[in-house]
Design a protein around this ligand. Structure first.
Ligand SMILES: Cc1ncc(COP(=O)(O)O)c(C=O)c1O
Length: 400
């Protein structure tokens, strides 16, 4: 029998605010009623604001981020098309696998897990592609497995500098509404996300931003698709309707989540994520541990992947936190299993919650055999949160 609340610090699904949960507690609705559609038009418009796109189109596919990956590819590319992708973590690896399974010819650039999308190498490959055979370039904006955020603007610059006409696909599953994302400014053609991370909703909706250029590509793309057909979706979405039974409770949840983001202000949401992430990073430094991300310019504001000493199994840290303290940490995925645990710090989170995660993590690490001074990471984060919040004012903390 476990008492109290279960603490969730995995990088998605994230904590769903009470208000969002309550907003979903509504009876089923008549999805063909004459007044059903009107309530969802604003939802699409607000999602466009989150993607920071004016002319792009946002679609919601019942499914998860993976469904939106597939929708993006199958609607805009042809079997056998060459595409350029990097592998630098579990999710970018899975996206490559999907592209190959769907019949694309993938030029894969393998980089260290801990690095981001290699814009310079991409530029070289694009420059060498004089016949324009590369039809799409893929970027995993925030590699959730390693806690690395890639520079999408740099990849767009590489495409512009080489006068390359490929479509730009970006996985924003763990960055939308938590890390700065600029679909129009960066010329992103397909921006893929999901409902269960920065959007603070349950899993169940694949969220996709589609540029005008990608919509045009969808007119002629020959890859097979049926359920994910853009045309069916946009025709009905225009009036707030859907081509198949929509998960109305999730839409109500999303409506509430977007209202919360609007009330906080998107820039404030991003700043909060940056502040909380920095607190976690300061704790990691105080513990004397290292992040998987190899350079500060790559640090993710939504998830930190933390290396444990070689003689400790990170799975033990995760198990102890879960079994003894009711707190979930993210695991090390694939080749990082046992070497890394992750703290998800995105979505509906505040300083007190971040400190809870750090405090329990210290106990779990100590019990798993990591040499930890209790309170060291917590104090570093407290110091950052407290002095940061006071913005230059005197904070009465003893020197460490
Ligand atoms: C960066 C990234 N891409 C894709 C996915 C897959 O999304 P989903 O699990 O919603 O299908 C995830 C899931 O965590 C992710 O973090």
């Amino acid at each position: 029998m476990k008492t109290g609340i279960a603490h969730l610090y995995i990088p998605g699904p994230t904590n769903v605010p009470d208000a969002v949960r309550q907003a979903m507690n509504v009876p089923m609705q008549d999805m063909r009623a004459h007044d059903f559609g009107a309530q969802w038009i604003g939802l699409f418009n607000d999602l466009k604001g989150l993607f920071r796109t004016v002319d792009g189109t946002v679609m919601l596919f019942p499914g998860s981020g993976t469904a939106a990956w597939e929708a993006a590819i199958t609607n805009t590319l042809n079997p056998g098309d060459r595409v350029l992708m990097a592998r630098h973590g579990q999710f970018s690896t899975l996206w490559v696998e999907m592209a190959e399974r769907l019949g694309l010819e993938v030029d894969v650039v393998d980089v260290d897990w801990g690095q981001g999308t290699p814009a310079t190498e991409f530029a070289a490959r694009l420059a060498a592609d004089r016949k324009g055979q590369i039809k799409a370039v893929f970027v995993t904006h925030n590699e959730t497995a390693t806690g690395v955020t890639s520079d999408v603007a740099a990849v767009r610059r590489a495409m512009t500098d080489t006068h390359h006409d490929a479509l730009l696909f970006v996985d924003a599953v763990s960055s939308l509404a938590s890390v700065d994302f600029r679909m129009d400014d960066w010329g992103v053609d397909l921006a893929v996300s999901g409902s269960q991370k920065g959007l603070m909703c349950p899993a169940g909706l694949g969220v996709l931003g589609v540029s005008v250029k990608a919509m045009a590509a969808a007119q002629t793309a020959t890859m097979r698709r049926a359920y994910f057909e853009f045309k069916d979706m946009v025709n009905l979405n225009a009036g707030g309707y859907f081509p198949y039974t929509p998960p109305t409770q999730l839409l109500h949840g999303m409506r509430c989540a977007l209202d919360r983001i609007k009330a906080e202000g998107l820039d404030n949401v991003l700043a909060r994520h940056a502040r909380l992430a920095e607190g976690v990073r300061r704790a990691v430094a105080a513990w004397g541990l290292e992040l998987v991300a190899e350079h500060p310019s790559l640090y993710s504001n939504t998830v930190s992947a933390i290396r444990v000493p070689a003689d400790v199994d990170a799975r033990e840290v995760i198990r102890i936190a879960y079994d003894r303290y009711c707190l979930s940490l993210g695991s090390g995925l694939s080749r990082l299993a046992g070497k890394v645990f992750r703290i998800g710090h995105l979505g509906d989170l505040n300083e007190g919650m971040a400190l809870t995660a750090l405090s329990v993590t210290e106990m779990a690490m100590a019990e798993a055999g990591v040499n930890i001074r209790f309170g060291s990471g917590v104090a570093a984060a407290q110091h950052w949160f407290s002095t940061g919040r006071m913005a230059g004012a005197q904070v009465n903390v003893a020197a460490e």
